[in-house]
Design a binder for this molecule. Structure first.
Ligand code: HEM
Length: 438
């Protein structure tokens, strides 16, 4: 029996013009995705020269791609810069190999393992923010990256990143640029020698911490993520480097973006800021944040979740069809690049009333329960969902608490736009004047 599939919808000449206008008005590809969703539907093909992914939107399509038909979608694309950089990192391999790395690292990041890191998260935050002077203007996009790097390296790899931060700062930013959307998407074989040095510098550092841990008999079997990788006989130094770089990139740039957006949202919503401040003062007071404070910070939790809805740091998920894939009346041809648009799903008026309004109350438990599960996917979904979802949300609470326990914030520059780099981040930055609380 043959099935007649309909052609994959694209923007016709008239809709194409509307999409283009929307995109130019907002000066963002995100606006084009939303416009395509409104004008063309929940499954459509982008038709840019050299870049023609099929994009899926909405909870039903997310379920197919991430859960029920997930075996038909591979992650790995040999020609992608992300694959080139992360080599055999858990994010960019499929099948049994993926499951091996994921199973190895999961125990260090599951929900019940994360709260033990609250004191370290708090201490690492303090190392950055105690350097802020009263009345100083800081850029939260920069400061939060420092905090996120220190926390990740301390809690997952057991190392102090402070002595290496300055030296590795630019190489890390360069690596992020390497994987950010750019010409390489349409010209995958383009030579990019200007990145070689930065990659080598970060690699040398990672191989050094692997070597040091292998040689440190006392710490060798530590139960942190690095210890778990080292203890497994199949894990060579190269494979461990790939996982460490993956976690370092995926785990700090996303948290940086989330935190930067949280300060943007709090800076532009004074009532929310006041409510967050009151909750932190009531639940923690002037103590150091501890495990038992995390659950009661329920309004902070709603603010984090609503920020992730409006500005998901990973705004799109990328796959490759490993066979012809039927979806509703369409057939996605084998080898197509397929994407699920997290941002567009999060701004879908069918799922969210006033989707462009910042309303943390949407995440009150009784309202949350009524929503289809995969209408909210800041951490993806299904078996390849984010391994760091619990980690990053606890981390965000701790950072919010430490900053607001010690400082009052005076936002200085509210005009930011979402920039599509390796993550979606507020550019040109988040300038805030900080005043020490008495
Ligand atoms: C706000 C913070 C974060 C956000 C928004 C985020 C978002 C995501 C998303 C959307 C995915 C799925 C991508 C896809 O379907 O293709 C993902 C996967 C992943 N994330 Fe995160 N992430 C965050 C923090 C972290 C942290 C802290 C870590 C590590 C410590 C991490 C490590 C990973 C890894 C390794 C994967 C791949 C999982 C797999 O393929 O099995 N992420 N993340």
């Amino acid at each position: 029996m043959t099935t007649d599939y309909k052609p994959i919808p694209t923007a016709g000449s008239e809709t194409g013009l509307d999409v283009l206008k929307d995109m130019l008005r907002a000066r963002s590809f995100l606006a084009a995705l939303r416009s395509m969703h409104t004008n063309v539907g929940a499954l459509f093909k982008v038709t840019l020269p050299g870049f023609q992914p099929i994009v899926l939107v909405g909870p039903e399509n997310n379920r197919k791609m991430l859960v029920s038909q997930r075996d038909q979608f591979d992650w790995r694309t040999e020609s992608d810069a992300v694959t080139g950089l992360l080599r055999r990192g858990v994010l960019v391999v499929d099948g049994d190999e993926h499951d091996l790395y994921r199973d190895l690292m999961n125990p260090a990041l599951v929900r019940r393992a994360v709260p033990q890191h609250v004191p370290a998260m708090s201490a690492e935050t303090d190392r950055v923010i105690t350097q802020w002077r009263d009345g100083q203007t800081v850029d939260m996009l920069v400061e939060m990256r420092k905090v996120a790097l220190l926390i990740l390296m301390r809690t997952l790899y057991g190392v102090d990143f402070m002595p290496d931060m300055e030296r590795l700062w630019k190489p890390i930013l360069k690596l992020l640029k390497y994987i950010s959307p750019g010409l390489w998407i349409v010209w995958p074989t383009m030579p990019r020698p200007q990145y070689r040095r930065a990659i080598k510098t970060v690699d040398d550092y990672l191989y050094r911490i692997i070597r040091e841990r292998r040689n440190n008999s006392q710490m060798g079997s530590a139960d942190d993520l690095l210890g778990r990788l080292i203890a497994h006989p199949a894990m060579t130094d190269d494979l461990i480097r790939d996982q460490l770089l993956t976690m370092m990139i995926a785990g700090h740039d996303t948290s940086t973006a989330l935190m930067a957006w949280i300060w943007v949202m709090l800076g532009t919503h004074p009532d929310t800021l006041m409510q967050v401040q009151t909750e932190i003062d009531t639940v923690i007071g002037t103590d150091q944040p501890a495990e038992e404070h995390m659950h009661p910070l329920s309004y902070c939790d709603q603010v984090i979740k609503e920020t992730l809805r409006m500005y998901p740091p990973i705004h799109i998920g990328n796959r490759r069809a490993n066979t012809d894939i039927p979806i509703d009346a369409y057939q996605i041809p084998e080898q197509s690049r397929v994407m699920y648009s997290i941002y567009t799903t999060h701004r879908d008026p069918e799922q969210w009333e006033n989707p462009d309004k910042f309303e943390p109350e949407r995440f009150c438990p009784h309202i949350r329960e009524k929503r289809p599960a995969l209408a909210y996917v800041p951490f993806g979904g299904g078996p390849r969902n984010c391994i760091g979802a619990a980690f990053s949300q606890i981390e965000a609470k701790v950072i919010m608490a430490r900053v607001l326990q010690q400082f009052e914030l005076e936002p200085l520059q509210n005009k930011v736009h979402p920039h599509m780099g390796a993550t979606l981040e507020p550019r040109p930055g988040v300038k805030i004047r900080v005043h020490k609380r008495s």
